[in-house]
Design a protein around this ligand. Structure first.
Ligand code: IVH
Length: 653
């Protein structure tokens, strides 16, 4: 599993399908549940996060985490090189140029190859212990690859969120009525500070590694050799860096990087220039804050001034109204910008954005441009304050805000804007992957009233489809084929495609593992959902809420009638009576051994765990049961004695 993880997340060259990986993963996780004492300290099951912490402990950095001094002009770079030359007298030296990743600094401590601690920079001397959170970042090896690991190796780097991941996260936060993050760096920092590592596991975090802290039993002559060593040991480094003979080469590398900076999946706010010869780092030393052997060169942020012509509203899949700035078109980073997101009304008020204002906007890569500031000096007095409407701009339905949410929502479930977004989600590549169902068709199908929900797609007929604008017999047939083809999608894809708030692809896969069919899922209560490892209370509540809605139950019936596979096809999860239930056995049994009892429970689909927690469905207490019984009683868990267990087993057999 660890090897496939590396192939997938570091090298982007997977050999297994997601499904095959999941099968292996489940096998391991079942084994670990049976034999907890055998779970490895680098087990990939750690990646999903564990019990929430009450706070972070502190970690004192054996070698302080410094920052870099910044340069903005070419001349400052030449000055830096002059200083290096002077300090090194006649020693020959060269440089490495790396992207400056705009993320959060992290220090990873490996002892004999095993990741033991991950910490944030903090004040440079002491940081937070965020090991559980960092373990969820799939590209960070839990154990270094290869033999001969050094006794101590501290590796430093940057945890970041990809631009695409950031956009998706903010979209789902806005959909859920939560405050969006201002930029990918804040999103990464906020994610690393979560106390619940299971939540962190859902955040699209990644890392690039580029430096060292404390080292024992390992030495490299050149920084570029160290980077190559990192790659060999399974770490992710920047996809591109340059070794340069002199400062002339350095400026060329900086130019090349600047041209391609938007092609990186993460934000790059500059270049880092490092002396390549590691022995010279010591000779050059450091000031109080930063080393003298490295410097950052910052690129111009990509900002532009423009005028806010109007504020329009977008209605999302869950009805959230998002204000959008309609701008006088302006060119930034080579592309024309005419819209920017304003997130929500609080943001508009906080920044005091008025229609007609001159705004400073910023665009970085694919991230939707954001408003940085309002040019208040340029106001003429004709600017207009914006207010959110009381009715949905699309369907005129009432708009309300829920407790603890900044977002305003259109509560009309029949709102065409919501239905369109729902269909987009349903048909998308990652969910039902319906070929031929493009944007303009979705618009027409909803506007004409032919489709009111995803299940209606399965009742479409050829003639009315062919009569739609820009459609003909052939295109109608193509769409029908696409819809027909989607009927064989896996159960988890359907669960995901339903668009239940907070249920992402991963949660959907977990649910498929625990529910044999849709009826079981529909009738599950919050308690049994929460009992599933990796399903938290928010997700559980949202699932229950979804199936409480009569409309959604009708949709399920429609999907069933259409012949979709609404049951799990996982071999291990056939419809077994105790599936999804976790038992703990304690004390001594008289009519059978604990192992025999465990075996019978497992045959009925139940799981055996050796420790009692909230996730335990039931404790079986034999004679002389001790602390586990006390704990189960304290947690209010159901407790069975031997007779009750036998009765249960006989009933299910
Ligand atoms: S080397 C002794 N290399 O930028 C400091 N830092 O503004 C060694 N950063 O603290 C830092 N990409 O958090 C280095 N390729 C890179 C980097 C990088 C981003 C961050 C890092 C550092 C900050 C300084």
């Amino acid at each position: 599993l660890n090897r496939h993880n590396h192939l997938y997340y570091v090298l982007a060259k997977p050999e297994l399908s997601d499904r095959e990986y999941d099968k292996l993963y489940r096998e391991l996780s079942d084994l670990e549940e049976q034999f907890q004492e055998l779970a490895a300290p680098d087990s990939p099951t750690l990646r999903v996060g564990g019990e929430p912490l009450s706070g972070f402990t502190s970690v004192r950095h054996a070698v302080p985490m410094m920052s870099l001094s910044n340069t903005y002009e070419r001349q400052e770079l030449l000055d830096f090189d002059k200083r290096v030359k002077k300090l090194l007298e006649d020693a020959p030296y060269s440089y490495v140029v790396e992207p400056k990743v705009d993320g959060v600094a992290i220090s990873l401590r490996y002892e004999n190859g095993l990741l033991v601690t991950a910490s944030t920079r903090g004040d440079g001397k002491t940081g937070d212990n965020v090991t559980a959170n960092v373990q969820t970042i799939r590209s960070i090896p839990l154990r270094m690859m290869g033999a001969k690991a050094p006794p101590v190796l501290e590796i430093r780097g940057e945890v970041y969120m990809t631009k695409a991941g950031f956009a998706r996260l903010n979209e789902s936060r806005t959909d859920a009525g939560q405050e969006p993050f201002a930029n990918p760096r804040n999103a990464a920092a906020g994610s690393l500070k979560l106390l619940d590592s299971r939540q962190v596991a859902e955040r699209p975090l990644n890392a690039v590694l580029y430096g060292t802290g404390q080292l024992e039993g390992i030495k490299h002559e050149l920084h570029s050799e160290f980077l190559a060593y990192l790659e060999e040991k399974g770490f992710r480094t920047a996809s591109q860096y340059w070794t340069c003979d002199d400062i002339d080469d350095v400026t060329k590398a900086i130019d090349s990087l600047e041209k391609m900076r938007h092609d990186f999946s993460y934000e790059i706010d500059g270049a880092v220039i490092k002396v390549n010869e590691i022995a010279l780092h010591e000779a050059l030393g450091a000031t109080a804050k930063s080393p003298r052997w490295a410097v950052a060169y910052k690129y111009e942020p990509e900002q532009a001034e423009t005028v806010l012509k109007a504020i329009t509203l977008q209605v999302g899949r869950t009805g959230v109204l998002t204000p959008v700035a309609e701008l006088e078109p302006v060119t930034v980073a080579g592309s024309t910008i005419n819209r920017a997101t304003l997130h929500n009304i609080d943001e508009i008020r906080r920044k005091d954005i008025r229609i007609g204002d001159k705004l400073l906007i910023e665009k970085a890569g694919e991230v939707i441009p954001a408003v940085v500031a309002v040019k208040k000096d340029a106001r003429t007095g004709k600017e207009r304050v914006f207010d959110m409407p009381c009715n949905c701009p699309v369907c005129n339905g009432p708009v309300t805000s829920r407790e603890d949410e900044v977002a305003l929502r259109c509560e009309n479930m029949q709102c065409p804007a919501q239905i369109k977004n729902w269909l987009r989600h349903f048909a998308a590549r990652g969910s039902m992957d319906i070929e031929g169902l493009g944007e303009s068709l979705i618009e027409q199908l909803v506007d004409s009233g032919m489709v009111n929900n995803p299940a209606d797609l399965y009742e479409l007929e050829k003639a009315p489809l062919a009569a739609l604008e820009r459609m003909a017999d052939k295109s109608a047939q193509n769409l029908l084929n696409g819809i027909e083809g989607s009927k064989t999608r896996d159960f988890w894809r359907i669960i995901f495609a339903l668009g239940i708030r907070h249920v992402g692809a991963r949660s959907a896969q977990i649910l498929e593992g625990d529910f044999a069919d849709i009826d079981q899922l529909v009738s599950a209560d919050a308690e049994s959902l929460e009992a599933i490892a990796d399903i938290g209370p928010i997700v559980a509540a949202s699932i229950v809420q979804f199936f409480k809605e009569p409309r959604n139950c009708k949709i399920i019936e429609q999907l069933k009638a259409a012949g979709l596979t609404l049951k799990s096809t996982l071999p291990a999860c056939a419809a077994v009576p105790l599936s999804g239930k976790t038992f703990v056995l304690t004390g001594s049994l008289t009519s059978m051994t604990r192992d025999e009892a465990g075996e019978r429970i497992r045959k009925l689909g139940g799981k055996i765990s050796s420790s009692v927690s909230q996730k335990t469905s039931c404790l079986v207490a034999g004679e002389k049961a001790g602390s586990k019984l006390a704990k189960a009683e304290k947690l209010g868990l159901p407790v069975l004695d031997e007779n009750a267990l036998i009765e249960l087993l006989n009933k299910q057999d």
